[in-house]
Write a protein that binds this ligand. Structure first.
Ligand SMILES: [Zn+2]
Length: 683
């Protein structure tokens, strides 16, 4: 048996940075349509999303790893830089997993395919030999649509070092598992702007620990159930620790909530029934309400033939086609739990598997319904989840609804439309770490103890404003030198991210190169056009998807009046967590003024200010404000936007030419983040 060196991604939510540099040799590029490339299972060909290599790409919805796309290595034996590309989109997997099979074993790289489409991403350097099963494999075990486009092998010099070296840009790569004693393990990942920060508790190579959300499945029976009922595909990632809720041991996942029953079995909470979450508008989407006419037709649970009748009911109410759209609801239902997952030893009755799908979903409680805001989205409501058909990818998946029960409990990441419907919920705003059992109203939730429910390490998203075509403000000095805001933002943001990582925070960066963040130019706001709003939405989506606790956007100011100078930090007052926004903005403001002064520059302290004070009326900065006419999906965490100095003012701009001033600004932001988390715990 060949010992295997595994390289595991830590933070799949992070965009794997910059395009690969040109190499001396002409690289071997293998498209998905190359004769040697092959797939196991059905991978649909498409050319709808731009950014692909050749004449299209192939994709499939998330599976259990039994379907793979392979690009075998066909070049001459040698050491190669291996890079991959995909087309990005909001329904893509954030944990698409490539496996490089090379002479030293296997290396795994996890990438976020929601970002960074249409560019090459370097996985690392590996020794490869043709005709020996070596090359790159992409698996369908993921949390969203997986895209197979192309792979590039770029040969390195013949005397290249013997150990594979993960790219310093491939921030997520880290050696784990048992190193191969005969082959040196991959060199320790180069210093990275993103933390390889070990959380307390489970180690990062524990399969029960999920770096994406930084929670682990520690209860053995939950872990067994997770594996046997479809894993990530069915449940999504854990978003809580194990805790007591209404008398039962409970763990919240993105799609479902597991509870340990008194008899030792695991059951799922009826998320959409029984007053838990009877809502229809969440985060800008409109779902069908439970339809009493449909519910009236449910077979009675007391019926001796309930099981068969229930499955017949699902078949009847979960069409494959609806109004000419291939919604595939029944197939998605049946594919929820696969036989191999339920019975890994192959010793179970195949007929039981559809019953397991019933266990996960319950019965349909609505008819298929299109989203009034997006005719390409069709929903089918079940007792324990909502199926979502997306006509853009022709794929059907479960929505991440259980995550919102956590939002209700914590009032963090709570979309304002959901809040408006949940005012009388017994769950709303219960979590309070300062109270006994961490509950605000324990009488409403008897048998509950939230003290350990959400404890984990803080995550900060650092956003470098502008990028690519959007240069922001600028200044041209008399010697002809020019400072562009986008460059300065990036320089400061990268240093802040590195400093925070060193201090032990998990850090997400919205961009690490000079480019926009909506790199595949998608209409993310659904308004029929691609504008700066989509680029801002991409930044918000990254922060939201990473479960960010604090969002910091870094800018430098610019106005037409060159006399205007000084320091501002902005926040939004129109949020449920406005007090935190204000506190953080004040901390950042105070630290900026102080650090600049310590560095010998006396700025004008213009204070922590609301975004409304700049924009007037009820308008908010896209990154900071609540959703509404201009903001499609709001940021779901406390946030601040810093304008440390004015680039349009000669005095401020001149100060910014000096490293010690830039470093003072970097340090001020780091200080502010630390101060914030010394006051508030994450989540
Ligand atoms: Zn700016």
């Amino acid at each position: 048996m060949v010992p295997i060196v595994v390289i595991l991604a830590l933070l799949a939510a992070v965009v794997l940075s910059v395009p690969v540099a040109n190499a001396a040799e002409s690289p071997l590029v293998m498209d998905n349509t190359a004769p040697a490339a092959s797939s196991k299972g059905a991978w649909t060909h498409a050319a709808t999303t731009p950014g692909f290599h050749g004449d299209g790409y192939q994709f499939r919805i998330a599976g259990n790893g039994s379907n793979v796309f392979s690009w075998p290595f066909t070049g001459q034996e040698g050491e190669y830089d291996v890079a991959v590309r995909w087309t990005a989109g909001p329904n893509r997997a954030t944990d698409a997993t490539y496996i490089v099979k090379h002479q030293g074993g296997e290396a795994k790289a996890v990438v976020n395919q929601q970002q960074g489409g249409g560019s090459w991403y370097r996985i690392g350097a590996f020794k490869l030999r043709p005709g020996s099963g070596q090359g790159v494999v992409l698996t369908d075990q993921a949390n969203g649509v997986v895209v197979a486009d192309a792979v590039m092998f770029t040969q390195k010099g013949q005397t290249a070092p013997s150990s594979p070296t993960p790219s310093p840009q491939a921030v997520a790569l880290l050696p784990t598992a048992t190193p191969n004693p005969s082959t040196p393990p991959p060199a320790k990942a180069a210093p990275s702007p993103v933390p390889q920060h070990a959380p307390p508790g489970p180690s990062k190579d524990d399969p029960r620990y999920f770096a994406q959300t930084r929670y682990a499945i520690t209860e053995d029976r939950f872990w067994d159930y997770f594996q046997k009922r479809g894993g990530l595909n069915t449940f999504g990632y854990p978003v809580s620790n194990t805790f007591a809720l209404l008398g039962l041991k409970t763990q919240i996942f993105q799609r479902q909530i597991m509870q340990l029953q008194p008899d030792g079995g695991v059951a799922l909470m009826n998320l959409l029934d029984g007053g838990l979450m009877p809502y229809t508008k969440i985060n800008g989407s409109t779902f069908p309400a439970p339809d009493p006419e449909v519910i009236r037709l449910h077979p009675p649970v007391s019926d001796p033939e309930y099981h068969q009748k229930a499955l017949d009911f699902v078949r009847e109410f979960s069409p494959e086609k609806w109004q000419d759209l291939p919604v595939g609801f029944y197939r998605a239902f049946l594919n929820t739990v696969r036989y191999e997952d339920a019975f890994p030893k192959g010793d179970g009755d195949r007929n039981l598997v559809s019953g397991f799908s019933l266990e996960i979903w319950g019965l349909p409680t609505s008819r298929p319904t299109a989203d009034p805001g997006n005719k390409g989205f069709v929903y089918l409501r079940f007792q324990r989840g909502i199926m979502h058909y997306d006509d853009a990818c022709k794929c059907t998946q479960a929505l991440l609804l259980a995550d919102y029960l956590k939002s209700l409990l914590t009032e963090r990441g709570l979309p304002s439309d959901l809040l408006a419907q949940a005012k009388s919920s017994k769950f709303l705003g219960q979590y309070n770490s300062q109270k006994p059992q961490s509950l605000n109203r324990p009488q409403d939730l008897p048998g509950s103890d939230l003290r350990s429910a959400f404890r984990r390490d803080p995550t900060v998203t650092v956003d470098a404003g502008h990028g690519g075509k959007e240069i922001g403000s600028s200044f041209t000095f008399q010697d002809g030198a020019r400072i562009l805001e986008k460059d300065l933002n990036l320089k400061v943001a990268r240093k802040v991210a590195a400093g925070l990582a060193q201090a032990g925070y998990s850090v997400i960066e919205t961009r690490t190169t000079d480019s926009g963040v909506n790199r595949s130019n998608q209409d993310l706001t659904g308004d029929g056009q691609v504008t700066v709003s989509d680029d801002l939405q991409a930044r918000v989506d990254i922060a939201n998807n990473a479960g960010t606790d604090l969002f910091l956007s870094i800018h430098f100011n610019g106005v037409s009046d060159p006399a205007m100078r000084g320091t501002y930090v902005f926040y939004s007052p129109g949020r449920p967590f406005a007090d935190r926004n204000k506190t953080f903005a004040e901390m950042a403001q105070r630290n900026l003024v102080k650090r600049l002064k310590d560095a010998g520059y006396s700025t004008v302290d213009r204070g922590a200010r609301t975004d409304q004070s700049v924009l007037g009326g009820n308008y908010h900065f896209y990154l900071l404000g609540p959703q509404g006419d201009t903001i499609k999906r709001e940021s779901r965490m406390p946030a601040g936007l810093g304008e440390a100095l004015f680039l349009t003012n000669p005095e401020d701009a001149n100060a910014l030419r000096q490293d010690r001033i830039v470093d003072a600004i970097v340090q001020a932001y780091i200080d502010a983040v630390r101060e914030y988390f010394s006051r508030y715990e994450p989540n």
